[in-house]
Design a protein around this ligand. Structure first.
Ligand SMILES: *Cc1c(COP(=O)(O)O)cnc(C)c1O
Length: 375
């Protein structure tokens, strides 16, 4: 049987160069691309609203597939336009006290959404590496219990897997909701830990189209949310959460995402997690020390996100640009704004997917070396 890496690569368009940027946007499969295209064509044939009705079973399968990954029910999953949109919709409708606890490594744009929705933010204790210190967090929460805990299970600026299951237990014991930013974690780490809320983006590790996200909310909490605009009357008696789903949306993108999550389940979430952890180890051993770049994560951190601190005088954004221009190689230059309370300087983020092999990593190391020497 073909390896997971081969199967994953073979069902996608050929890559131009090296794609080490799955944390920003993974490469979609032919099936996901074609399903979205077929839906767009169907809209032109029968009309957008008729086509949307016809696509509802596929879209419902997408909700059900996400529910499998988050531990919710399909009825408790709605589509958004992305993770930030999901958080904004949730916090904007939050009932009661607006206080939350999160990590110092919180995603910068999330901090903005929290502030815009008048949330007071308390920081949880972490180690040098930005990893949550669970026992000390328990004490901090007990001293002043916030209305919710917001945990970004895997950050954008660092490949540290946070102790999600332990945090879920801590919150359950204290009767406060846990809200999980799974933008980087869904399809990458196990997110089925009993969190009240899990939200994520389509385009990252699940390799769906851009411009789609999901929000899953446990029914007891969904019932208490106060929709800012009020649930529109034409929704009738649907579940309160459904009022959060935009009626006017890119349905083709939802169809593509449903296909992508379906493929993820078919390939086996546990095998994908194990392979991503392996790719992370391969990446770190191939890159640490190359031309003076230093890997931030421990070698065996179970994620495929590797970040590199530049040698003195080298600017990650400039290296990223040259890698694209000269080697068709895509990475991310993560600036301080991504994690303004934690990141000390910009880093280069490499996030290959399950298909990356030893030869790809060697080629990448060579390109990084050449580009850094020339910088
Ligand atoms: C990408 C990302 C987001 C924002 O997701 P969008 O879909 O672009 O809104 C939020 N949190 C983390 C950790 C991310 O990596």
């Amino acid at each position: 049987m073909k390896s997971l890496a081969d199967r994953w690569r073979d069902c996608r368009p050929l890559v131009a160069g090296l794609h080490f940027d799955s944390a920003a946007c993974s490469r979609q499969s032919d099936a996901a691309i074609e399903a979205a295209l077929a839906h767009t064509r169907h809209e032109a044939e029968v009309g957008g609203y008729v086509a949307a009705e016809a696509a509802e079973p596929v879209i419902e399968a997408g909700r059900a597939a996400v529910a499998v990954l988050t531990g919710h029910r399909a009825a408790d999953v709605v589509f958004t336009t992305g993770s930030e949109d999901a958080l904004n919709r949730l916090l904007g409708s939050w009932p009661g006290r607006r206080t939350l606890a999160c990590l110092p490594g919180e995603f910068g744009p999330n901090l903005t959404v929290m502030a815009a929705n008048d949330f007071q933010v308390q920081l949880l204790p972490v180690g040098e590496d930005g990893r949550l210190l669970v026992d000390r967090a328990a004490a901090v929460l007990d001293a002043e219990l916030p209305a919710l805990v917001h945990l970004t299970a895997l950050a954008s600026h660092r490949g540290t897997a946070q102790p999600l299951g332990e945090m879920a237990q801590l919150c359950r014991d204290r009767g406060i909701p846990l809200v999980v930013d799974a933008a980087q974690a869904l399809g990458h780490l196990d997110c089925n830990v009993g969190a009240d809320v899990v939200y994520s983006s389509s385009r990252k590790w699940l390799a769906g189209p851009r411009g789609v996200g999901v929000l899953a909310v446990a029914p007891a909490l969904a019932d208490r949310l106060q929709h800012r605009l009020g649930a529109p009357e034409w929704l009738g008696a649907v579940a309160p959460l459904r009022a959060f789903e935009l009626g006017e949306a890119n349905i083709a993108a939802r169809v593509g995402f449903a296909v992508a999550v379906g493929e993820h389940l078919a390939q086996g979430p546990a095998s994908i997690r194990a392979r991503l952890a392996e790719v992370g180890r391969l990446t770190r051993s191939a890159l640490d020390g190359v031309a003076g770049w230093r890997v931030v994560e421990p070698y065996d951190e179970p994620t495929a996100i590797t970040t590199l601190v530049p040698p003195v005088g080298v600017v990650p954004a400039a290296v990223r640009a040259r890698l694209i221009a000269e080697y068709n190689t895509v990475t991310t230059a993560a600036e301080v704004a991504r994690a303004p309370l934690e990141l000390r300087g910009p880093v280069l983020r490499c996030s290959p997917h399950v298909d990356a092999g030893g030869a790809d990593l060697e080629a990448f190391a060579g390109a990084l070396e050449a580009v850094t020497r020339a910088a």
